[in-house]
Design a protein around this ligand. Sequence first.
Ligand code: HPA
Ligand code: ZN
Length: 344
Amino acid sequence: MHQPQDSEALDALVKRLPKCELHIHIEGSLEPELMFTLAQRNGVKLPYDSVEALRRAYQFTKLQDFLDIYYQGMSVLITEQDFYDLAWAYLLRAKADNVRHVEMFFDPQGHTSRGVAFGTVVDGLTRAISEARRELGVDAHLIMCFLRHLDEGDAHKTLDEALPHRDKIIGVGLDSSEVGHPPSKFQHVFRRARDAGLFPVAHAGEEGPPQYVWEALDLLGVGRVDHGNRSLEDDSLVARLARERMALTVCPLSNLRLRVVQDLTQHPLRRMMDKGLMVTINSDDPAYFGGYVNQNFNAVGGALKLTREEIVAIVRNSFTASLLPQAAKDAAQAEIDRVLAEQT
Ligand code: HPA
Ligand code: ZN
């Protein structure tokens, strides 16, 4: 019962369990094939002559290496249809992984800075989300992230642009280059976002120090911490995260590909669980890091020899930490119970 899963059993269990994904950048789900299709459709020149050449460029030694390629990749996204196609492709993948609920990040400043209107981005993403709800049974919501390498004034302007679309956005986040751009830089715009009823989250402790996680909690008032790996360096922070049952949205393959960890057997997920932290497993930027959410479960579950009970606990956390209404959370937990009862 408490044995680690062999890889086939792990794979089958992960596939059968309904899940939430809480840390996915929709622009990071842009697969090379779609990138080339959109480049051609929009007459955008990419500095690679093939899908293979592009994939070969996906060699990162740190977050910034990835971000440079990620911003270049999103330059092919121009029309409302492009944003629809991007989100629809991801939502089909989510359905295939038995993901039922998604809280999806997008980076409006990555688009408005290139002259794409905020409304074009949100309308395309929202159209795909509405169709997925109807046709795929996948429920998705948008969290708008501020790019932390830009100044707070730019974030305020972005929030101004978002407010007319308030009904299509559930939260705000903070992403991009972490070190040197602490959460404190964005405390005023987060206050405005919270006052508008938007749920606050932030990337913290991916490359940045534990201090950034404290700031995300105390100055931004976040309801979840994205990544949070480096929290483990600070015992009093760990105690606080555990006491408050603060969710961490952990992204194992991202951590591996960005060298936040050297090897998945060294991944902090095991230590986080041992310390009673509320962890979830997510894909971050699946087109760039080599796997969607189930592949993240399988890779880290195998490397850390997670038991069936541990996998199930992480999946249950994804619902607990989501913004679903309580009745939907209860229904999901009951469905997990049924799946487990059926499994031999
Ligand atoms: N970290 C910070 N910013 C990001 C990431 C990430 O993993 N993915 C997309 N933007
Ligand atoms: Zn991320």
